[in-house]
Design a protein around this ligand. Structure first.
Ligand code: GLN
Length: 481
């Protein structure tokens, strides 16, 4: 089996399947073999899917092997959210994005690991196991879509879907050396995405190049009568417009994204990438996002508040795990939840319930909502001066498994450059921009105006065009030590 196939673009695989050079079944077989050879070490998958013949062998994703973060509902296999409470949950319906992938001819290979209910930045909060970083198995892949990013980086899948509430597509993409895109809020239907923070959640692609991200977005995006927050207008043809000359493009560099806490090697790689864009005619301008120091605090009020409300439905009666212990109805709720939820999810439910409680709601939730509005205004002001904003996706490269697990606050600080895009609803892309001296990938983040997903993708593509396709591959399977 050719290793080349495992790293071929979705565009190429679909073209080869459409012209009959290779069959969808042969492609699927190659990727399943790769999963078998590597997933004992990588642990990206919670469930493998039964492979059905793709319904559309002429579609834009004909035969393209895609994996799904396990908070996207599928009918054929369980949707666990990385939680004991949903361990055996089988959704009675399928997420709109999954239906659209299948209609486009994609082959769904399986469901990938995540932090429980997408709460985390490392997959260490999964109730089942921690996914490894394919570049260094002792390190985290990032999170919460860590299984999806690791699988794409390791050639176990050509592309993946993740969800991003505060960075969960972009940060694992950065840490695994792949492309991750969080679209404008509303661009992609959330129907069938298990809700975490409904006003922040957005589904997006994880791929190995920007054009594939554009292709996937085109397939999954667009209005959906089943999600009232989905945008009414059809998305533009991203893929056909992806090539653009960046001469005259104004790139804003927020000084708040290059300050204390940023690893020096990450800073160096990101600056090299920005200088490259400058040498091709873009202009680099300093901009200010003065509310940045409040972004983490704001996010960690808004997201847990919405989570505490969204997760109220897991009560041992409607869904999922029910305690064996007998007692009153209240005991049933309390025990089922205590047995089913892990520590981080419990922490967030408690934080959110507190922030929404009648005598605290003004001091916490309402105030956070006002700051959220100001954060959005920071971006509106900056986007009067520049076309996109760029900086690092994550302050550090992949950290060691266990390094931050005991200190929730240090984990929350990983999200410092990503949460603002969710609070403001704007699109954000992470593109690989080189490696640290310990051979760990670094991600460049590009943020754009609301609804201007296209420009963000074009800038990412322009960078990629200059550097050429990534030829480095993760050392997998790794020799056993
Ligand atoms: N790391 C962030 C959190 O823990 C973001 C998670 C996400 O985007 N789903 O909430």
């Amino acid at each position: 089996m050719s290793r080349d196939l495992l790293y071929r673009s979705a565009r190429q695989i679909a073209a080869d399947v459409r012209t009959g050079k290779i069959s969808a079944a042969e492609v699927a077989r190659a990727f399943l073999d790769r999963i078998e050879a590597t997933d004992g070490q990588l642990k990206a998958f919670i469930t493998l899917s039964p492979i059905a013949e793709p319904p559309n062998p002429a579609g834009p994703l004909a035969g393209v092997p895609v994996v799904l973060k396990d908070n996207l509902c599928t009918r054929d296999v369980p949707t666990t959210c990385g939680s004991k409470i949903l361990r055996d949950y089988r959704a009675p319906y399928e997420a709109t994005v999954v239906t659209r992938l299948r209609a486009a001819g994609a082959t769904i290979l399986g469901k990938t690991n995540l932090d429980e209910f997408a709460m985390g930045s490392s997959t260490e909060n999964s109730a089942f196991f921690t996914t490894r970083n394919p570049w260094d198995l002792d390190r985290v892949p990032g999170g919460s879509s860590g299984g999806s990013a690791a699988a794409v980086a390791a050639g176990q899948a050509c592309a993946a879907l993740g969800s991003d509430t505060g960075g969960s597509i972009r940060q694992p993409a950065a840490l695994c050396g792949v492309v991750g895109f969080k679209p404008t809020y509303g661009r992609v239907s959330r129907y069938g995405l298990v809700a975490f923070g409904s006003s922040l959640d957005q589904i997006g692609p994880i791929t190995r190049d920007v054009a594939d991200a554009a292709l996937l977005l085109q397939v999954i995006g667009g209005p959906d009568p089943l999600d009232s927050t989905s945008l009414p207008d059809p998305p533009p043809d991203y893929l056909n417009q992806i090539e653009r000359d960046i001469r005259g493009l104004r790139i804003g560099l927020p000084k708040e994204y290059f300050g204390e806490g940023l690893d020096s090697e990450v800073r160096a790689r990101v600056m090299e990438a920005l200088k490259l864009l400058e040498s091709r005619g873009a202009t680099l301008t300093d901009v200010e996002l003065p509310l940045t120091p409040y972004a983490i605090a704001t996010y960690y009020i808004v997201a847990p508040s919405e989570a505490s409300s969204n997760l109220a439905r897991y009560d041992g009666v409607h869904y999922g795990h029910r305690t064996e212990a007998s007692g009153s109805l209240i005991d049933l709720y309390a025990r089922s939840r205590a047995e089913g939820f892990g520590p981080e999810v419990r922490r967030r439910i408690i934080l959110g319930t507190f922030a929404l409680s009648s005598d605290r709601i003004d001091a916490y939730y309402h105030r956070a909502q006002r700051v959220r509005r100001l954060i959005a205004r920071d971006f509106e002001r900056a986007f009067r001066l520049v076309d996109v904003i760029a900086g690092p996706t994550s302050p550090t490269a992949a950290f060691r498994i266990g390094e931050k697990a005991a200190d929730p606050l240090s984990m929350y600080l990983c999200d410092v450059y990503t949460v603002s895009a969710n609070l403001a609803g704007i699109p954000g892309l992470s593109v690989p921009c080189g490696f640290t001296s310990s051979d760990l990938p670094v991600g460049l983040q590009i943020l754009g105006r609301a609804l201007d997903d296209l420009t963000v993708l074009q800038v990412g593509r322009a960078y990629e065009r200059e550097t050429g396709p990534m030829t480095r591959r993760p050392p997998l399977p790794a020799p056993s030590s």
